[in-house]
Write a protein that binds this ligand. Structure first.
Ligand SMILES: Nc1nc2c(c(=O)[nH]1)N[C@H]1C(S)=C(S)[C@@H](COP(=O)(O)OP(=O)(O)OC[C@H]3O[C@@H](n4cnc5c(=O)[nH]c(N)nc54)[C@H](O)[C@@H]3O)O[C@H]1N2
Ligand SMILES: Nc1nc2c(c(=O)[nH]1)N[C@H]1C(S)=C(S)[C@@H](COP(=O)(O)OP(=O)(O)OC[C@H]3O[C@@H](n4cnc5c(=O)[nH]c(N)nc54)[C@H](O)[C@@H]3O)O[C@H]1N2
Ligand code: SF4
Ligand SMILES: [Mo]
Length: 765
């Protein structure tokens, strides 16, 4: 337990294993077990009536956008159900009938609740009342909405400068809420807008903007069906984007090849039993990856360089491997890239990536022949020191193949939260854009601040150093999601005020500033009604399509406000009612917010009507093959660095990953079915040979230690699971392992924490 300045709270909860068990990993995803587990979760949390009334609406055009991941919905939706096991879990978690009411928070002290596991905290239920934790008090107590807005306003007005406030956003907010939030923050006078993207796909945004002129993917769902080769690097879709497997299945049916690149043999990449048809349910399902390249952690650049080198040799041998017409017309920087590539010897690259040469050659053969290539990726590429280089090496490959801007080809960064992409589109960014500032001036009549704001890692540093004193979060669970848990906890505890706009209780309500506020909000599943008018919000999926989401359940409590109402409430309290921006009016009528979004950002004309009629695609220059907006008017090749891990023989690289039963810091259950783990989260996946060398057997207990900049960080009590993972590599779940990730170590250019390549030692207990 770490003493906070005011309360003796635990910043992690218990660090003892739960006493679970492990068995052999599974070799397929979905099928009957997925339906069974999904229904168990749904019935336990929601009961039969709520289960059937929500699931019937899930991902249907008139209904609720799944609050799980950002995977898009097909145009033609199955009436049988357009969702997956983990979508059902996300819904069940939100639509639970459990409540964290006034009495609950008055009964349990903050210190007591902080001793619970994240699982137990989350299962307590939906927040129902605005609550305040006053300086020196041990329990939350009730506060009215008006009083809560006054507390926030008083603290904000007391600051010496607007840059002493931090405004975090997690990716579940709607476009309407995110836009209004960004508007308030800029009108208040800061660009301190860290958001969950900074810990997630920021490396993708930076890499793609530099090379292709847009920080988003270029493919559509339809493209996935028609690709000849899909490469999937650093992504576990069977757990994190399960309906992507249906798209991969269609690609296979059309003759496409799938190449998986991952240190772990993930079940969802091996075989898919589609629950939407009998053959999938009862048969052996569809084999997905035709080739599985079990790369060593953070050696994707080595593997990709080797593939590109081999392709270049074939191309020189007069095979039509590269798309020279595309390269000449649309790109620049190839020569420099090839000169750099010459510095690397094939043998060295082969040894670094750890993949058998015959397998690399098979990948090269398919990539040489294929004209339509898609590259998909997620956190396995972004969360490294060279995360931006990882992605730019993928772009190099696609440019050589002319596989950008044509059907069946392109970039596919698979996004995390259901609206993380939309939040960024409508203005949540710590970066300054002169174009955006001019648009705000034109539409709202004020000059937004021109100083760059702070991202996640720099916000934490500012709070730790007492340079920022108020922290407001629109969703998320900052203390558990961010790296360096002790440092981050101290940073938050240094604040005068921390505010959480949340649906469910989490650790960030317990590790707080001197004063803390809980502002409970409506979730996606709930009816958002003003008088007799039913309101809806809009979101943008991973492929840039904007569409509407409308909940149907009665709200968990009559005290809840919607996110736009809460932000509008803060805006009206801070600025008063006699200003050019009518906060109350905007918070009441989301159609007005959408009009303002359309006035500030390109591509949103006819926003309300188009989003209600099935949705619309935002402009995407890479999809169109238009690179005229780039500095040279062309897409660019990049020179990408290999990582530089100074590992000695005693050291390991640890990747911190998601289990099948969690959504980031929300723990649905203690299992990781596909990897054969049940009832336990403190497990350490380790190579069989490494375990033997260390004298470790299955379920032996170890501590993990990282040493950065002279500081030792320790995560205690992990149970060893000998596993099929490359030598020298380890895997364990986050958030338990976030305590090991130093806040000062992050990706070049994107500042994303190095959550997938932490240098650690193992200490046997
Ligand atoms: N059910 C569920 N769905 C989710 C989430 C969730 O927690 N639960 N989270 C959402 C969010 S916010 C996000 S960002 C996404 C995350 O989706 P993913 O990125 O799929 O999630 P991770 O578990 O972090 O998995 C990373 C994968 O990368 C591999 N990997 C790790 N390091 C490397 C490497 O160096 N190279 C390669 N090639 N592979 C590597 C791991 O073995 C693992 O398979 O999922 C979203 N969807
Ligand atoms: N070590 C390590 N750390 C990581 C990662 C990793 O792979 N390894 N992944 C990183 C990634 S990719 C991400 S995106 C971040 C995630 O970081 P966050 O987005 O901060 O975390 P979440 O766990 O998604 O947030 C969950 C909380 O959001 C609130 N919530 C849920 N729905 C709503 C809603 O509709 N409205 C509001 N206002 N609140 C809601 C609930 O109170 C819930 O407790 O974590 C990052 N941290
Ligand atoms: S794939 Fe993602 S968005 Fe679709 S139902 Fe599953 S969790 Fe929800
Ligand atoms: Mo994410």
């Amino acid at each position: 337990m770490k003493p906070g300045p005011y309360r003796q709270v635990s910043i992690t909860g218990p660090v003892e294993p739960d006493g679970g068990d492990v068995s052999a990993p599974k070799e397929f995803a979905a099928g009957v077990p997925a339906i069974k587990v999904a229904l168990e979760h749904a019935l336990k949390e929601m009961g039969l009536a709520r289960t059937s009334s929500t699931l019937i609406q899930l991902n249907q055009k008139e209904g609720i956008d799944c609050p799980g991941c950002a995977w898009p919905d097909p145009e033609k939706r199955s009436k049988l159900g357009e969702f997956c096991e983990n979508g059902v879990k996300a819904i069940a978690e939100e639509a639970t009938t459990e409540r964290v009411g006034r009495e609950f928070l008055e009964q349990f002290s903050v210190e007591e609740m902080s001793q619970w596991s994240d699982y137990k905290i989350g299962k307590s239920g939906r927040l129902t009342h605005p609550m305040i934790l006053k300086p020196g008090s041990s329990h939350y107590s009730t506060i009215s909405w008006e009083e809560a807005f006054t507390v926030i306003t008083d603290h904000l007005k007391k600051l010496d400068h607007p840059d002493e406030a931090i405004f975090y956003t997690s990716g579940r907010s709607s476009n309407e809420a995110a836009f209004l939030y960004g508007l308030f923050i800029r009108a208040f006078g800061t660009n301190n807008m860290p958001d969950c993207s900074n810990m997630c796909h920021e490396s993708s945004g930076v890499a793609l903007t530099e090379t292709l002129g847009i920080g988003k993917g270029s493919v559509t769902l339809e493209d996935m069906y028609h690709a000849e080769v899909i490469m999937i690097l650093g992504q576990n879709p069977g757990t994190n984007h399960p309906r992507m497997l249906s798209a991969l299945e269609k690609c296979k049916e059309n003759g496409g090849k799938i190449i998986a690149v991952n240190p772990l043999k993930e079940a969802g990449l091996l075989r898919f039993k589609n629950p939407q048809n009998m053959a999938g349910l009862l048969g052996k399902g569809t084999g997905l990856a035709d080739l599985y390249l079990q790369v060593r952690i953070n050696q994707d650049v080595a593997l990709l360089k080797l593939i590109i080198k081999k392709l270049a040799i074939l191309d020189e041998e007069q095979r039509a491997v590269f798309d020279w017409e595309f390269i000449r017309k649309n790109t620049h920087g190839l020569e420099e890239m090839l000169v750099d590539l010459n510095r690397y010897a094939q043998e060295d690259l082969l040894e670094l990536c750890g993949v058998a040469e015959a397998e690399v050659d098979q990948a090269v053969e398919w990539l040489a022949n294929g004209k339509r290539v898609i590259v998909c990726w997620a956190m396995g590429l972004t969360q490294h020191k060279n995360g931006v280089d990882n992605i730019q090496e993928c772009v190099n490959l696609l440019l050589l193949k002319g596989s950008i801007g044509k059907p069946g080809a392109g970039t596919c960064p698979v996004r995390g939260h259901s609206n993380v992409q939309g939040d960024r589109t409508v203005g949540i960014t710590h970066h300054v854009s002169t174009k955006l500032n001019a648009a705000y001036k034109r539409v709202f009549g004020f000059d937004p601040p021109t100083k760059e704001g702070l991202d996640v890692v720099h916000s934490i540093k500012a709070m730790y150093e007492n340079k920022a004193k108020v922290f407001i979060a629109l969703g998320g669970n900052f203390v558990s999601a961010a790296s360096d848990t002790e440092y981050t906890a101290q940073a938050l505890q240094n604040c005068d005020l921390t505010v959480q706009v949340s649906t469910k209780l989490n650790r960030s309500h317990l590790v707080t500033g001197k004063t803390a506020l809980i502002l409970p909000t409506l979730g996606r599943t709930e009816m958002d009604q003003k008088g007799d008018k039913k309101r809806y919000v809009t979101v943008e999926n991973s492929m840039g399509r904007v569409h509407r989401s409308r909940g149907s359940l009665a709200p968990s409590s009559s005290m809840l406000k919607s996110e736009p109402e809460i932000i509008a409430g803060i805006g009206a309290a801070f600025f008063g009612t006699k200003t050019a921006i009518d906060w109350k009016e905007l918070g009441a009528d989301y159609g007005l917010i959408r009009e303002k979004i359309a006035a500030v950002f390109d591509g949103f004309s006819g926003y309300s009507s188009r989003s209600a009629q099935g949705g619309f695609d935002l402009p995407n220059n890479a999809r169109e093959g238009d690179f005229s907006g780039l500095p040279n008017g062309k897409a660019s090749f990049s020179i990408c660095k290999l990582p530089n891990h100074q590992l000695t023989s005693a050291k390991y690289l640890l990747m911190t990953i998601r289990s099948h039963d969690q959504f980031n810091t929300t723990i649905y259950a203690l299992n990781d079915r596909y990897r054969g783990v049940f009832g336990e989260r403190r497990v350490l996946f380790m190579n069989h040979g490494d375990a033997k060398r260390e004298g470790l057997e299955k379920m032996d207990r170890v501590d993990l230690v990282s040493r950065y900049d002279g500081q030792v960080r320790k995560a205690e009590n992990f149970l060893v699971v000998p596993y099929d993972i490359p030598r020298g590599n380890l895997a364990a779940y986050f958030p338990e392992t976030n305590i090991l990730v130093p806040n000062a170590h992050f990706a070049d250019k994107s500042n994303t924490p190095i959550s997938k390549s932490i240098e650690v030692d193992i200490i046997k207990k």
